[in-house]
Design a binder for this molecule. Structure first.
Ligand code: DQA
Length: 144
């Protein structure tokens, strides 16, 4: 069975109330439930997690390598500056697992500091700008 870890970085637990004009009105709980029901229908295993802690996110990426899981990751603000997270993502893709970077908004259409992703160069692919559907598109691709 395909196993996918869906990892979310800082402040994404606040979806629904956090800048709804940018991130939409659907909550983090809504995201977990739509990904879980998609996975159940498609008969594969999905594990959706969120943390505000960079070290925890890195530990989960190491776990993905050890359990041979594919990864969907929204690194949130870490996208723009965390070389430690980039190195952990590179361990995932260089061990043969797929890793898709997702964003709810389109960072390229926003402030300049968001135009840089230190993650994209080591990701298998990037999906951004489709609201919470960005995750579903990534999931569709991984289970294609
Ligand atoms: C985000 C975009 C990032 O720039 C921002 O820091 C986030 C969310 C997105 O999903 O659109 O926290 O990753």
């Amino acid at each position: 069975m395909t196993k996918v870890l869906v990892l979310n970085g800082p402040n994404l637990n606040r979806l629904g109330s956090r800048e709804p004009d940018v991130y939409g009105s659907a909550s983090y709980a809504d995201l977990v439930s739509s990904l879980t029901s998609y996975a159940t229908n498609a008969n594969f295993d999905v594990d959706v997690r969120q943390t505000n802690d960079e070290a925890e996110l890195i530990a989960w990426l190491h776990e993905a390598v050890d359990t041979k899981s594919d990864v969907i990751i929204n690194p949130a603000a870490f996208t723009h500056y965390s070389y430690a997270l980039r190195d952990a993502c590179a361990i995932v893709t260089s061990s043969g697992q797929r890793l898709i970077e997702v964003h709810i908004s389109n960072p390229h259409a926003r402030e300049e500091f968001r135009h840089t992703s230190v993650i994209s160069a080591v990701a298998t692919g990037v999906i951004a700008g489709f609201g919470q559907n960005s995750y579903l598109l990534a999931l569709q691709q991984l289970t294609h």
